[in-house]
Design a protein around this ligand. Structure first.
Ligand code: SF4
Length: 683
């Protein structure tokens, strides 16, 4: 339990920060610091530095302008230090991550008097694998590449030139192996060949480990008191059991900024999927190449004994998989083929008995392949560690990542089929299962997906329960005045501290919310679109900054097309340029005294900072109710109805309310100097 000394440290660092920055205390900021200090202050540790008791989670909705980053850093850093724990700050977006690392943390360190080390940590996939790069550039190993991904083409001369440039820059210390510090955007296909994951990496046994960008970054973690990461990286670490990349949850106080994204990110991380046709093709290629691949390892008798049943295991999986496609084909008739992602969702997640039966066999078949590859990898690792290898180390190092990537693929298939093998609905932990039709070139494939509907159980089990402490914050965590929606989705415990701290902005004075009289029903798509085309020139002042948010891309394009030419010239539309560039062009136009109108989809508003004259009107074309064909949302609605609830009131309305708030604060948040802001809604 934190003593008076820590409370004193928090108070004095805040006072010092305000004085040094010549800022006035903000009411909401003070409330937020107090709430976090109270929650983290209640944490007790046993003799082994493990938390005892609960109440270690603090959930704070902090309105725009609260100064929440400063609040959570000043409250958490001294508390974590007193507990002997690390702080992991996690964001959903790169923009916020950069702001925290390059602006807020240096600011807090310089002005608060707190002494701490901090740094940014990224996932392994953002770093170069030097071992892979070396093999690609070395003659004779290129032919292994296509075995990683059955759909990949060979290495083009341009890619090879790129890889050589990478190697040259590394050798001259002009590049550190971080994808984000490469001067241009690197194409994903070229990059994926030279990066790796935990399965393919030989770790400390790798002959390149001393120069390895990922391990250099990881080693620097030990020095850090405060690590800035993102939700995906934290969730990937938790999925590996926690402590694989980041400090272990029991040694960590997490701060989740933009916490409203955490549940959806968690659902993605813990879902399973597999494509039937491409997996069958991969099994066939692997079967054909298996003997030749292992040839260099023949003198390692034990490895060869482990590997012996592989061909029959691959054959068994492929023959079962070939029986799946005819079972899925009839569902094509029930899919909306005009949709970009034609899908069929199994009601209540329950798949037909015949598919369940085959899924059971496939679970066993892929588990056999997985266990065999896992054993091979672990034995290969032992050889890499030993001084006397029965096989050339270079050959083993070349084959190891391939075995690792196949092992991961077999594991993913095993998990998917396991979920399909027993699909009896569980009213407590519902699961959505569906088929997506994938058509490319002359191939028709079926992707099977199994996804939890709620992240609450997963987050509770992997995060909230094991962690030492956590803060979850965002400007939009409540819906319709309660935290119920967030608690349902994120699974934060009932005994957590829940606090709403007010924004310093006077929304009531700064904004006007108007619903046009005679608004057209949004379900009458054509009439609704025409009404927006008619209303926009009437409602807007062409010299001002405006943001128009649409619920569908089709309608956004149609409205743009339908407006008079002089209006179209002022429109900057999402999708035509990157978001950052659109916002810059918008600000430039307004700074030059010209009017500018941003067109975007509902999510465009999130995180957008357009103070003062940059945005004086927001037009919301339609209240953004969730897309009804999203399979997870549809399954959640079905589950709520099955529990006797009302999906519209419990999901659709709160979700729309959150989106409405996110859109409206763009316009009404910061203090206005010129005109009153106006937010128009066409129903
Ligand atoms: S340690 Fe792992 S990531 Fe680093 S170069 Fe070696 S195999 Fe690649």
């Amino acid at each position: 339990m934190l003593g008076d000394a820590v409370k004193q440290a928090i108070q004095s660092s805040y006072s010092r920060f305000l004085k040094s920055r010549q800022l006035n205390p903000r009411y909401g900021q003070k409330l937020m610091i107090a709430a976090i200090a109270r929650a983290l202050g209640g944490i007790r540790l046993d003799d082994e530095a493990k938390r005892t008791g609960d109440g270690h989670i603090c959930v704070v909705e902090a309105g725009t302008g609260t100064g929440k980053t400063v609040a959570y850093l000043l409250a958490t850093l001294p508390a974590a230090k007193a507990l002997g724990k690390k702080v992991v700050v996690s964001t959903a977006t790169v923009a916020l991550q950069e702001q925290i690392v390059f602006k807020d943390l240096p600011d807090v360190k310089q002005h608060s008097g707190l002494d701490f080390h901090y740094g940014l940590v990224k996932g392994r996939g953002r770093y170069l694998c030097l071992s892979k790069l070396d093999r690609i550039l070395a003659d004779g190993h290129e032919e292994l590449l296509f075995l990683y991904d059955d759909a990949s083409a060979g290495v083009s001369p341009q890619d090879k030139a790129l890889y050589q440039t990478m190697m040259d820059k590394l050798a001259e210390s002009r590049w550190d192996g971080d994808r984000d510090s490469w001067p241009e955007e690197l194409p994903q296909a070229a990059w994926s060949r030279v990066t790796t994951d935990h399965r393919q990496c030989t770790g400390r046994r790798c002959s390149f480990v001393r120069q390895c960008a990922f391990f250099k970054a990881r080693d620097s973690l030990d020095e850090m008191d405060c690590i800035v990461a993102n939700h995906d990286l934290v969730l990937a670490d938790l999925a590996l059991g926690g402590g694989a990349i980041l400090p272990a949850p029991q040694d960590t106080i997490y701060i989740f900024d933009e916490a409203h994204h955490l549940p959806d990110k968690a659902i993605n991380h813990f879902s399973a999927h597999s494509r039937v046709v491409s997996t069958s093709r991969w099994l066939g290629i692997t079967e054909g190449q298996w003997k030749g691949l292992l040839e260099p390892l023949e003198s390692a008798v034990y490895l060869m004994q482990i590997a012996a049943p592989m061909e029959s295991a691959l054959k068994a999986a492929r023959s079962q998989l070939d029986g799946v496609q005819p079972l899925l084909a009839p569902y094509m008739a029930e899919m909306d083929r005009t949709s970009p992602t034609p899908r069929y969702r199994f009601p209540q997640g329950q798949v037909p008995a015949e598919l369940e039966r085959i899924a059971g066999h496939l679970q066993v078949a892929f588990d056999d392949i997985y266990r065999l590859l896992d054993k091979l990898c672990s034995e290969a690792n032992k050889i890499l560690e030993s001084e006397h290898s029965p096989v050339p180390m270079a050959d083993l190092e070349a084959i190891y990542p391939l075995l690792g990537s196949w092992c991961a693929r077999a594991e993913a298939n095993r998990d998917l089929w396991k979920s399909f093998a027993d699909s009896t609905p569980d009213p407590k932990w519902p699961v959505a299962r569906w088929i997506t039709l994938i058509e490319y070139e002359d191939t028709v494939d079926f992707e099977l997906v199994s996804s939890p509907i709620l992240a609450s159980h997963t987050l509770s089990q992997h995060l909230w329960e094991p962690c030492c402490g956590a803060v979850a914050t965002s400007a939009t965590l409540t819906a319709l005045g309660t935290f119920d929606r967030f608690r349902l989705r994120a699974g934060t415990p009932g005994d957590a501290t829940y606090e709403v701290v007010p924004s310093p902005f006077d929304f009531a004075q700064n904004g006007i919310l108007r619903v046009p009289k005679g608004a057209v029903d949004g379900n009458q798509v054509e009439a609704h679109t025409q009404s927006i085309i008619r209303l926009l020139p009437e409602l807007l002042d062409p010299r001002q900054g405006t943001l128009v948010l649409f619920a569908s891309r089709r309608q956004m394009l149609d409205v743009n097309e339908g407006l008079p030419a002089e209006w179209r010239e002022r429109i900057l539309m999402q999708g035509n340029e990157s978001k950052q560039l659109l916002l810059k062009l918008h600000r430039d136009r307004l700074d030059a005294g010209q009017g500018s109108v941003l067109f975007g989809l509902a999510s465009f508003a999130e995180g957008v900072d357009l103070p003062g004259h940059y945005c004086e009107h927001v037009v919301i074309a339609k209240i953004p109710f969730a897309v009804p064909d999203d399979p997870v949302e549809a399954a959640m609605a079905e589950w709520i109805e099955a529990q006797g609830g009302n999906a519209f009131m419990q999901i659709a309305v709160p979700d729309a309310a959150v989106k409405l708030v996110q859109a409206a604060v763009v316009c009404c948040g910061p203090k206005r100097t010129k005109a009153w802001s106006q937010c128009w809604i066409a129903a």
